[in-house]
Write a protein that binds this ligand. Structure first.
Ligand code: FAD
Length: 310
């Protein structure tokens, strides 16, 4: 059994999503190789080589791979696929862009958003916005998987894998080009990798109140800020803060939901958080069904008080 893990990185640093997907790969069993597709990516490759349980790190560098455009990345993976039984990537924006293309080119099915490895060919994945868990057996000769990394601990360091270069095929590299990357500047941790998230819902009532109430608590905790879709749609919070089925899927150590009812579409994005605290005036709000700690009361009193106590 040989497994190829398509790494998430920005050439200079390796994302911890790769270390988490490596844990999933190790649970499948077999030799795990990490593929670093990039440009001037030796730092990311060195970091990958230090992860425990990696056989070798393959590095492919070209202009088209600088930001891992889907067409060039898929052509690269397909050129290596013959040596592997399983190809996987974290279910990130990049992974979700590249692997379906790989599966199509290999004419196999993709198993998306794996949350548990049952065996080398059988996996669990959420369906119906996380309301049911499907057990999928993949019978294709090559398994193509994206892994929801929230369910896997990051693999540790201690490895010393060999690093070798592979050729990046030219196919696909002229089909798309990178224009620009506009990142929202923030001092805060990024939502999907934050250890603590303070999230606000419709109850906040306005953008001013959202910033006045949610931001100080997030600042005090060094937390990322999240929001329900109702809060985003109403303009209280920016789009990229939305947590849920159509927003981001998060699993921090601590998720504090303030004035969020707990609709299934919101729960789909945060219910794997390790500890959930809910603040809501309605003691029957569904959010309390997933909360470890619930405070029934007015968030406009409780959140500032919590911040003062901290
Ligand atoms: P509400 O449901 O209106 O809840 C507000 C809560 O605040 C209530 O429970 C109320 O008791 C409480 N409250 C009121 N005043 C106070 C106060 N002073 N102090 C404390 N509590 C108070 N939603 C998402 O969040 N993310 C998604 O990705 C998402 N995707 C969706 C996709 C689809 C296809 C659909 C149909 C819906 C989606 N939704 C999503 C919307 C979802 O169904 C809910 O409408 C939304 O999550 C509700 O947001 P909310 O909890 O902020 O608002």
């Amino acid at each position: 059994m040989a497994i190829l893990l398509f790494a998430e990185h920005d050439n200079a640093t390796l994302s911890d999503q790769t270390a988490k997907a490596l844990t999933a790969a190790s649970q499948i069993g077999g030799d795990v190789d990490i593929l670093i597709a990039g440009k001037d990516a030796s730092a990311a490759a060195d970091a990958a080589a230090k992860l425990a349980g990696v056989r070798k790190v393959l590095v492919a560098e070209s202009d088209a791979l600088t930001v891992r455009l889907a067409e060039a990345s898929a052509a690269l993976i397909v050129s290596l696929a013959g040596d592997y039984d399983t190809i996987l990537a974290p279910a990130t924006t990049t992974g979700k862009n590249v692997l379906p293309r790989v599966a199509a080119l290999l004419d196999v099915m993709q198993v998306s958003e794996v949350i548990e490895v049952v065996s080398a060919d059988t996996f669990k994945r959420p369906i119906y916005a996380g309301n049911a868990i499907e057990v999928v057996q993949a019978t294709d000769a090559t398994k193509v998987l994206t892994v929801r990394t929230a369910g896997f601990a990051a693999a540790g360091e201690g490895g010393s894998a060999t690093v070798s270069s592979v050729d990046a095929p030219s196919e696909g590299s002229d089909l798309s080009s990178f224009v620009q990357n506009i990142l929202s500047e923030s001092e805060r941790p990024e939502l999907t990798s934050a250890k603590i998230i303070v999230s606000g819902g419709r109850a906040l009532g306005s953008n001013e109140k959202f910033n006045e109430v949610i931001t100080p608590l997030a600042d005090k905790l060094g937390a990322a800020v999240g929001a329900s879709r109702a809060a985003v749609d109403a303009g209280y919070a920016a789009n990229d803060l939305q947590v849920g089925q159509t927003g981001k899927v998060v699993a921090p150590d601590l998720y504090i939901a303030c004035g969020i009812s707990g609709a299934i579409q919101h729960l789909a994005g945060m219910k794997d958080s390790k500890i959930i605290v809910a603040i809501n005036t309605d003691g029957d709000a569904p959010i309390f069904q997933v909360a470890d700690y619930g405070i029934v009361g007015d968030l406009f009193e409780i959140v500032p008080e919590l911040e003062r106590q901290l």
